[in-house]
Write a protein that binds this ligand. Sequence first.
Ligand code: KIV
Ligand code: ZN
Length: 388
Amino acid sequence: MSTNKVNIFDTTLRDGEQVPGCKLNTKEKIELALALEELGVDIIEAGFPISSPGDFTSVNEISKIIKHATVCGLTRAVQKDIEVAAEALKYAKRPRIHTGIGTSDYHIKGKFNSNREDILERAIQCVKWAKNFVDDVEFYAEDAGRTDNDYLARVVEAVIKAGATVVNIPDTTGYCLPNQYGNKMAYLRNNVSNIDRAILSCHCHNDLGLATANSIEGVINGARQIECTINGLGERAGNTSLEEVVMVLKQHKDLGFYSNVNTKLLNPLSRQVSDVMRVPVQPNKAIVGANAFSHSSGIHQDGFLKSAITYEIIDPVDVGADISKIVLTARSGRSALAFRLKKLGYDFNRNDVDALYQKFLQVADNKKEINDEDLHQMAKQHESVETV
Ligand code: KIV
Ligand code: ZN
């Protein structure tokens, strides 16, 4: 593998938008596309042009304004889909058509009532059609996660021969274990004779909570593109979360990979997506959750206040998050209480803090969290007792 750069393919505007209730209008999509370009993603999957006139317009307008990133439109392996996608992408500086078909026996039999040879032929045909319009054609083998590896290798070899520049290996149902997904990539690298003519791409769903692990395992085994969404939005349990994979690559320099994403923009963009799609981010979400940089137990707070690295592997500034928080609950310790009181301007000695801590525990046992107002009250009470 000649390069260690991992291309980030953002599909918030396509797979992410498939979340019920998250539909975006053209203006909202344009704003997010511009923010994604500023973030530094390499490819923006702007939509599925044949799916509705509104999505056609969105892809078309995004194609006009995006300067550096590749703009991609999704299609089925259907000639009309491909023609419409090509039309929607006609102003893009770097257009890509993303076309494909289900390759697992579940899809071949259950969805298409077909057989492997016919599906192989349709896969070749859709890439050839797309090549009439654009150079950059990505092929997806839907449900590759549950596709027999020998057959998948035949399909991949054939679509590369037909002109595919990128081959997407989706774990559509989020079924694979990390080693299975990694082995699949390795199998393709070792058994597809023309594999060096295309980039392998990871597209993992999160049904078992393994999407990030699977994508990273895919990269370790030869993939150089990850398809992902902001906040991990997407069908059912969602897609691979962009912020997670980008930070894995950044924090694990030992892996030797990098992306072009400006990580300082991750938290602002997460909030923007959450607001426009009206989907709150779970508080314990890695990188962008409200608690990702909060410390609440006494043991952690004491260590963190002595040296941040004891309990934080990421500097919040690096991902555009608010500074780390010391949250006060009944599990907090004296050092955290002293720290918060000092921040509010009180200069208590050790004996004062000991006395205040007993009061603090009584209040904290009856409240979920102690806020600044509670602290002021405790401090004032303590000061008035001391001066009597
Ligand atoms: O999950 C999937 O297989 C997809 C394809 C359409 C790329 O989203
Ligand atoms: Zn998907």
